[in-house]
Design a protein around this ligand. Structure first.
Ligand SMILES: [Zn+2]
Length: 328
């Protein structure tokens, strides 16, 4: 039975431990060399497991291409426990699973917090973009805080955290410099237009003076509207998509630099910035879009603790225990 060698920790196990649900098993693995059909976890002889057929041979199962092993007759206890419809929808399907619990990530602000301050690995980040999308067993486990793996909808993605943070900073500097550059260019155009107007007025006045034989007087033209300073663009790209639905036309411009910025970077010799901002991964452009939603220095506090799903359960248990204490 083929199995992925890199799989050290099952995404389903991470998820189930995060929300505190136990594995489910109905049979035992017979023989050696088996792995979970869904997540690829090693399943040695005698391991409590479940038959794969009931899940992966059903007419409604259309993720065969994503199976860790298409031939395995078993699925592991955690994949079985996290199979249900409940877990294919928010809050579970847009979340980060850590040893402290599961945190729903819907807002760009929450996503930004975890990208800038990733929890201790291993953890699993996922962001579904459709209802009923199986995410957990297809989850991407992150082992390195600087190399974040995330599944966004149907697509597994990677985010190099140092590159992302550098791109965030360079994007800011480039957009600010562009605003200055563009302002200077418009001022120059304005000056040139005014110079030409004045020139014409002088020629006209000179001709008139020549005809009348009188000396030409002082010539002036109106100042006109002086170009105002521009607010910097938020970013240099045509778009930075959030939901990453490939069917939407704007997704085609995700992470594509606007020609005006390309021209600016070339003309001003900023080739390092041009190269960096043009070479992010699809996931890094997504992450950059989230980071740009707020100033990074506003992310001073972690998202509120009562939104952790396991912490919620712990709180409930503590409340119940306190209530029982009162009764007794
Ligand atoms: Zn599994």
């Amino acid at each position: 039975m083929s199995k992925p060698k890199h799989q050290q920790i099952s995404p389903s196990a991470l998820f189930c431990r995060a929300i505190g649900i136990p594995p489910v098993a109905s049979i035992e693995v017979e023989g050696d060399g088996h792995c979970c059909a869904l997540c690829g976890l090693d399943l040695p002889n005698g391991t409590p497991a479940n038959p794969a057929a009931r899940r992966v041979d059903s007419a409604t199962f259309n993720n065969r291409r994503d199976l860790a092993s298409k031939m395995s007759p078993y699925i592991c206890g955690d994949c079985e426990a996290s199979w249900g419809d409940t877990y294919r929808n928010p809050p579970y399907s847009c979340s980060i699973s850590t040893k402290d619990g599961l945190f729903p990530i819907f807002s760009r602000q929450d996503i930004s917090w975890f990208l800038v301050n990733p929890p201790e690995p291993p953890f699993m980040m996922q962001f579904s973009n459709a209802r009923m999308q199986p995410m957990i067993w297809r989850g991407m486990v992150t082992f390195d805080r600087n190399f974040i793996q995330i599944r966004i909808g149907e697509v597994p993605m990677t985010i190099r955290r140092p590159v992302l943070l550098k791109a965030y900073e360079r994007n800011r500097l480039v957009t600010e410099a562009y605003a200055e550059w563009e302002h200077a260019r418009r001022l120059e155009e304005h000056e040139e237009a005014r110079r030409q107007l004045l020139q014409k007025a002088i020629e006209k006045a000179d001709a008139k003076a020549a005809r009348s034989g009188k000396k030409r007087g002082e010539v002036s033209v109106k100042e006109g509207k002086i170009p105002e300073r521009l607010d910097p663009y938020r970013h240099v790209f045509k778009s930075l998509e959030y939901n990453m639905k490939a069917t939407e036309p704007q997704a085609l411009s995700h992470g594509i630099m606007m020609p005006r910025f390309e021209e600016f970077l070339r003309e001003t010799g900023r080739t390092d910035d041009l190269e960096l901002l043009n070479s992010l991964s699809v996931g890094e452009y997504w992450a950059l879009g989230a980071l740009l939603k707020q100033p990074l220095d506003s992310l001073t506090h972690p998202p509120s603790a009562d939104r952790w799903i396991v912490l919620n359960e712990a709180k409930k248990a503590a409340k119940a225990a306190a209530a029982e204490g009162e009764v007794a």
